[in-house]
Design a protein around this ligand. Structure first.
Ligand SMILES: [Fe+2]
Length: 260
């Protein structure tokens, strides 16, 4: 099973790049399953039904998100009507949507799980314990487990990956938007990367205009970030799991410069 994952899609440049390149990337990497993080696709904040449709038409099968998913006030309808659009599962009970989607492919059943960190993030439920609860609920019928851990802290991400080692096929970090060079397979077979990177304009500050970002730092005012203009770089990960096994057998970072 070859799983192609793309990182946080930032605004129009990220959407343009992913929508135009995804079919080619699926062919090139012979991907069986495609997961993208769409939490910043709506002009940098959140996702809409229209943007989700564009990503599904382009070849995505599951969309994960993060803390910015709540930005659009219609997102509850989207989350409740499209179960393949996830929000972090460890938000308190009663919040719209779900952070778990099971997709059945000829290569097996894959659970895609979206969790969010708590270090310098909203103090939601424990992602570590939530994972265990989810796995208990899903039972033993799952062949692969893919976890998007949307988190700020490198230490929290590495800790979750070790906690899940052997239970998840891959744990990948999102949210910090800069691809890290620490992709590896942990001792019991879980592929891991601290941050998968964003689909965003390269000459930017995590996808946003550098002049506003620097003014925010210099003035300490809550200036609204604006998505940077230009062609985006697509960052992601390709993970292959062994036949009949939840273990990852290979992991490869992806970096692809879009021309649009
Ligand atoms: Fe993000």
């Amino acid at each position: 099973m070859r799983i192609l994952i793309l990182g946080d899609i930032i605004g129009k440049p990220g959407m343009r790049a992913v929508v135009s390149a995804l079919k080619g990337l699926i062919r090139r990497y012979r991907a069986d399953l495609v997961i993208v993080n769409g939490e910043n696709s709506n002009d940098g904040y959140g996702i809409t039904a229209d943007l989700a449709d564009q990503l599904f038409r382009a070849g995505a099968q599951v969309i994960t998100t993060g803390n910015h998913v709540w930005h659009d006030d219609k997102v509850g309808e989207l989350l409740d009507s499209r179960p393949e659009v996830l929000r972090p599962d460890n938000y308190p009970a009663g919040v719209p949507g779900s952070g778990v989607f099971v997709i059945d492919r000829k290569q097996g059943k894959t659970a895609v799980i979206n969790l969010q960190g708590r270090d310098r993030m909203p103090s939601i439920d424990c992602p570590f314990r939530r994972f265990r609860e989810i796995m208990k609920r899903l039972g033993s019928s799952i062949d692969q487990v893919v976890v998007d851990f949307h988190a700020e802290s490198t230490a929290e991400k590495e800790a979750l990956a070790h906690y899940l080692d052997g239970e998840a096929t891959v744990v990948f970090g999102t949210h910090t938007h800069v691809q890290t060079a620490d992709d590896r397979i942990l001792p019991k077979g879980t592929a891991y990367i601290t941050d998968i990177g964003a689909c965003a304009v390269e000459q930017s500050v995590i996808g946003f205009k550098p002049d506003i970002s620097t003014r925010r730092v210099l003035t300490q005012l809550p200036l609204r970030n604006e998505v940077a203009d230009g062609a985006a770089v697509i960052h992601g990960l390709l993970v292959e799991s062994g036949a009949g096994s939840r273990r990852a057998v290979s992991v490869e970072r992806i970096r692809f410069t879009s021309l649009v």
